[in-house]
Design a protein around this ligand. Structure first.
Ligand code: UD1
Length: 364
């Protein structure tokens, strides 16, 4: 059976890698990989394929960047003929990016069974583009593979029609498989920082970077933190553009402690993450990776769709008020930060569980 997997943006690639591997191991399945081209820069895309051993995509739709409507529509119009030609037995979409919802909708409308991996997560904040993508993808998918118990409860409450399975976290499959390799690259040493003595920052959510006054407030907190220790910031292209358009370029250039880097590959980023004193982020996945690595994570958002990282992990929501960020950071400095446990089923076997469920079904 041909299983068509969709990958479009950076956070998809580490979720697709173990699925392609687990499907390839199974006699019944032939994986077929589609890249939508939502992310296209070398360091936002190709480096992840190389480092994670993901085969070259069978097809790349090459959609590139555009407004939400244009990007989503272009993925749909370019994906439909591929589906008609390839006729897969199943389409698998992962995560919550525009490629996820666009490809799920296209496949479902053609009557092709569709599975959503990382289903059920909810921030309950419809101003986040990802939340809209999550709700819509779950509503139409036939199979829903869920990473944490809250996701199962969300799907049940919404009366979602698809068949839901709690399987664990495919992104953590990738982390556990590559952790030793990532550490061996000694990224902190290569960047001239002491393990445990630096802060790692990621920042790219529209709600944090698109408004210069919000972004400026976050910089206030970073300025304080950077007085005592380096803050390493592999900058997303959206944030670099926001510094320029918000008139903040001059300020960040002279900020002591803030080191702006190009986006990093998976292995160097994981190496830096595992040895950092603390992580400041507005990413979704990094809340999960820090939980597994036992690194304190301050999330610069008011909500999370991944509550298990707070209940069991190392995550604390701090919003974007500089005083709240600094207060939470000071607590890490004095007490070492939250310690947590690795959630059940985040054990490196999630993709194999998914493939096992697919194999046990009479029809996909
Ligand atoms: C997308 C996802 C977001 C995810 C993020 C991770 C949606 C709605 N958002 O946001 O959930 O957390 O990816 O990175 O799908 N750009 C480049 N090179 C690239 C890709 C983008 O320069 O390879 C620039 C373009 O100027 C583009 C901007 O980044 O306009 C934003 O890219 P886009 O894919 O629209 O959204 P992200 O902010 O990356």
């Amino acid at each position: 059976m041909k299983v068509l997997l969709v990958a479009g943006a950076r956070p998809n690639f580490m979720k697709i890698a173990p699925l392609v591997a687990a499907l390839s191991e199974h006699d019944a399945f032939t994986p077929w990989l589609l890249h939508t081209g939502q992310h296209y820069d070398e360091e936002m895309s190709r480096v992840f394929f190389d480092e994670l051993g993901i085969p070259r995509p069978d097809e790349d739709l090459g959609v590139g960047s555009a407004s939400h409507a244009v990007q989503t529509a272009q993925i749909m119009t370019r994906f439909e003929p591929v589906l008609l030609r390839e006729r897969p037995a199943l389409v698998v979409v992962v995560g919550d990016v525009n490629s996820t919802v666009a490809c799920a909708l296209t496949a479902v409308k053609l009557g092709i069974p569709t599975a959503h991996v990382e289903a059920g997560l909810r921030s309950f904040d419809r101003t986040m583009p990802e939340e809209v993508n999550r709700v819509l993808t779950d509503a139409i998918s036939d199979l829903l593979f869920v990473s944490e118990p809250a996701g199962m409860a969300n799907l049940e409450r919404e009366g979602v029609a698809g068949e839901a399975h709690l399987v664990g976290n495919v992104m953590i499959d990738t982390l556990l498989e590559h952790e030793a390799q990532a550490r061996a690259r000694q990224a902190p040493e290569r960047l001239g920082v002491e393990p445990g003595e630096y802060v790692l920052l990621t920042l790219h959510r529209p709600a944090n970077v698109d408004d210069p006054s919000v972004l400026g407030g976050i910089l206030d907190a970073l300025e304080e933190i950077g007085r005592d220790r380096p803050v390493l910031f592999p900058a997303h292209p959206r944030t670099r553009a926001a510094f320029a358009s918000g008139g903040l370029d001059g300020r960040v250039k002279v900020m002591k402690g803030l080191r702006i880097l190009d986006p990093l590959g998976y292995l160097d980023f994981m190496g830096l993450l595992s040895d950092s004193m603390a992580v400041l982020t507005d990413s979704g996945g990094i809340q999960e990776e820090t939980t597994v690595l036992g690194v304190p994570c301050l999330t610069l958002r008011d909500n999370t769709e991944r509550p298990i990282t707070i209940d069991e992990g190392t995550n604390t929501l701090v919003g974007r008020d500089p005083r709240a960020i600094l207060r939470a950071f000071a607590e890490i400095g004095s007490g070492g930060g939250r310690t947590g446990r690795r959630p059940d089923l985040w054990d490196g076997q999630a993709a194999r569980r998914i493939v096992g469920i697919l194999a046990s079904r009479e029809r996909l």
